[in-house]
Design a protein around this ligand. Structure first.
Ligand SMILES: NC(=O)C1=CN([C@@H]2O[C@H](COP(=O)(O)OP(=O)(O)OC[C@H]3O[C@@H](n4cnc5c(N)ncnc54)[C@H](OP(=O)(O)O)[C@@H]3O)[C@@H](O)[C@H]2O)C=CC1
Ligand SMILES: O=C(O)[C@@H]1CCC=N1
Length: 264
């Protein structure tokens, strides 16, 4: 077994999807645990990997362990698997607020610790993942880890002090983008467009706009100006967004998310 996941819900299965698609590991090299039999059956059916309800089996079977449970369960899970952990293990935390030092302390022995801050677009191979690691992880070890995160999208190695920012602009942000898409589509529907078509317009427009930022390297404000014809329709919408505090609302939302991460 090459990698184990303790917990396999939204984020665990999104990452495993990418790993399998890119052939980083095969199905029989991945073991996952779920809390419930229902969850275990879902993992088995949807991913075809080795499944168990026993977290210690995951730790005994694999040397790289991803903790893909909610932050509230981290401590209890680490406590539970403590006796199966060895100095050869690499523990990967993906929860906001659970620092490298905290993870090592709760694991109860000196070992390699890595943090990911992934996001759900990993499910379609377009994730954005932040990575940081403790000093026990060698350059070669980190390169191996990055092959994993690259399999489900883009990766940036960042200093740990930026993990809460990455959580806001990476981990949480898909939710805000989905809200934006939903709101744009609702508006199009209110103008008479069929809903399915409205989602296509809204989401392809977000996708294309994001691609323009990434591929042209131009400032987003510059790209926005390109769309706004003098005395045209777009600038009227820009005026309304500014009047309603659009930028400030986004700024505050990401700040709230990052601040919450610091408290977890
Ligand atoms: N969702 C997201 O967009 C992101 C999430 N994260 C982080 O990822 C982690 C997982 O989140 P997410 O996937 O959304 O959560 P989910 O609720 O979708 O999945 C949690 C999983 O943990 C399992 N589980 C719960 N308790 C235990 C336990 N004691 N032992 C073994 N498995 C257990 C559940 O099992 P069962 O299936 O049986 O219920 C479930 O599979 C969190 O720490 C979150 O902060 C990070 C970035 C983005
Ligand atoms: O909401 C959360 O706390 C998790 C972490 C980032 C995205 N989802």
């Amino acid at each position: 077994m090459k990698i184990g996941f303790i917990g396999c819900g939204n984020m665990g299965s999104a990452m495993i999807g990418g790993i399998l698609r890119q052939g980083i590991f095969s199905k029989d090299e991945i073991i996952v645990s779920n809390l419930t039999e229902e969850g275990r059956e879902r993992s088995e059916k949807n991913l075809g990997v080795v499944t168990t309800l026993d977290n210690n089996e995951v730790v005994r079977s694999a040397k790289t362990i991803v903790l893909a449970v909610k932050p509230q369960f981290y401590e209890e899970v680490l406590d539970e698997v403590h006796n199966s952990l060895t100095a050869d293990h690499t523990i990967i935390g993906i929860a906001p607020g659970k620092t490298l030092a905290w993870l090592e302390e709760k694991a109860g022995l000196p070992l390699k610790v890595v943090r990911f801050m992934p996001n759900t677009p990993a499910q379609v191979g377009e994730g954005m993942t932040a990575v940081c690691a403790n000093e026990r992880v060698s350059k070669e070890g980190l390169d191996e880890i990055l092959k994993i995160t690259d399999s489900f999208g883009c990766t940036e190695v960042i200093p740990e002090r930026l993990m809460d920012a990455a959580g806001a602009v990476g981990g949480c942000a898909p939710a805000y983008v989905f809200m934006f898409i939903e709101a744009m589509a609702d508006a199009a529907v209110s103008q008479g467009m069929p809903r399915k078509q409205a989602y296509k317009f809204a989401s392809q427009t977000v996708l294309g706009s994001a691609k323009m930022v990434l591929e042209t390297g131009r400032h987003p404000g510059d790209l926005k100006d390109m769309v706004c014809s003098p005395a045209g329709t777009t600038i009227e919408g820009v005026r309304t967004l500014e009047k309603n505090g659009f930028r400030s609302a986004v700024f505050e939302a990401l700040t709230a998310a990052a601040e919450k991460g610091k408290k977890l």
